[in-house]
Ligand binder design. Structure first.
Ligand SMILES: O=C(O)CCC(=O)C(=O)O
Ligand SMILES: [Fe+2]
Length: 212
């Protein structure tokens, strides 16, 4: 897949200027539909796991904070490989332009059932700094405005909303993991996505969040 230089430049400009970017039609519908079919198959097979919060031994299930089911991508299908190829291009371009030293990309499928949500949180904390950039690709064809399930981004101080993003097929949201608190509002319909993180090569990163 080719991503135009212009699109990459827009992404980079927005990341630098505001710390986040909402990118409609980032990934072609055909690939998104194949990825959606995979998560649906995992769901039918009972292969998704309840997601938790906290790191390593502190990891716990907490129904009141998040209610989604996940499966880490392992690159064992053509669709996943294709998706990883695209993210590799983004990683290279972000490293080239922003001198970030991003080292690896990890991501999981997430399925929010009807009524699912994820309360306000950050994906990384200052000092920890192994998750630098968050990406979320949405896999929901025909998403309707009154179904809820928006991603809400807040400013660093959490005093105001800076964006409200509906989870439409092919859209990708990219933001700085430390700087942007965010929340998934309760969804009226099942809501599928791939949430991922570009990480730094920190040798202290002996645990991952959530653990696999
Ligand atoms: O699905 C989304 O819109 C965001 C998910 C999220 O915040 C996370 O998995 O950390
Ligand atoms: Fe998050």
């Amino acid at each position: 897949m080719n991503i135009s230089k212009q699109k990459i430049d827009t992404l980079l400009d927005n990341l630098v200027e505001q710390g986040w970017y909402e990118w409609p039609n980032a990934i072609p519908d055909s690939l998104c539909e194949n990825l959606l079919a995979e998560i649906e198959t995992y769901d039918e097979l009972g292969d998704l796991q309840r997601a938790g919060i906290g790191r390593g031994e502190q990891h716990q299930l907490n129904n009141s904070v998040r209610r989604d089911e996940i499966k880490w991508l392992n690159g064992r299908s053509d669709s996943q490989l294709h998706y990883f190829e695209v993210m590799q291009i983004l990683q290279t371009e972000m490293n080239r332009a922003l001198f970030l030293g991003l080292f690896e990309y990890e991501c999981h499928y997430a399925l929010y059932p009807q009524g699912g949500f994820y309360k306000t949180h950050r994906d990384s904390f200052k000092g920890q700094a192994n998750r630098m950039i968050t990406t979320v690709l949405y896999l929901n064809p025909g998403w309707q405005a009154d179904w809820g399930g928006e991603l809400v981004l807040y400013n660093d101080e959490q005093t105001k909303q800076i964006a409200r993003i509906s989870p439409e097929l092919g859209k990708m949201v990219i933001f700085m993991s430390e700087q942007i608190p965010h929340e998934v509002l309760p969804t009226q319909q099942p809501r599928a996505s791939i949430a991922g993180w570009f990480r730094l090569n920190t040798t202290t990163a002996v645990v991952i969040d959530p653990p696999r």
